[in-house]
Design a protein around this ligand. Structure first.
Ligand SMILES: Nc1ncnc2c1ncn2[C@@H]1O[C@H](COP(=O)(O)OP(=O)(O)OP(=O)(O)O)[C@@H](O)[C@H]1O
Length: 133
């Protein structure tokens, strides 16, 4: 993006909507490029999307799946922010508070992933059982 070059060392506020959008898209790019778990989430979401279409799940089931997806994405984003900010503060040193913050962030991801797995199981397992009966 051409504006990327122009504002590479920008530290003041965004002046236009498109400048804000550019930085937000840059953030999503970082997540995809640097977070293996985030890429894994997207692959799982794509599989669930295909399965949902093939098995013709109902609208309220789609809503639960979307809620689960964004819960996981939200906690991944939070985890990623914590990792970056902690590394910015403590650098490459062992620090007990850094460990706590990162472990709590990872715990949040685990909790939302468990929530998503339960929702996925409740929606798909009965349908798959019916299919193979
Ligand atoms: N500066 C530090 N001081 C103490 N412990 C740390 C520090 N950095 C990382 N750790 C420990 O290592 C773990 C993994 O670190 P980090 O989250 O940076 O790696 P990651 O591979 O990116 O994790 P994730 O799989 O969540 O993306 C943390 O949960 C924490 O227990």
């Amino acid at each position: 993006m051409h504006m990327g070059l122009k504002d590479k060392r920008q530290i003041d506020k965004n002046k236009t909507f498109f400048q804000s959008l550019g930085h937000a898209l840059e953030g999503i790019k970082r997540l995809v490029l640097e977070e293996r778990n985030f890429r894994f989430d997207l692959i799982i979401a794509a599989i669930v999307l295909c399965l949902g279409i093939v098995l013709q799940i109902k609208i309220n089931e789609w809503l639960w799946l979307f809620a689960a997806f964004f819960s996981v994405i939200g906690s991944e984003v939070l985890n990623s922010i914590i990792e970056n900010v902690v590394d910015l503060i403590v650098g490459h040193h062992f620090d007990l508070m850094a460990k706590r913050a990162k472990d709590i962030a990872a715990g949040g991801v685990l909790l939302s992933a468990t929530f998503a797995a339960i929702i996925g199981a409740l929606i798909f397992i009965p349908r798959l059982i019916m299919l193979f009966k």
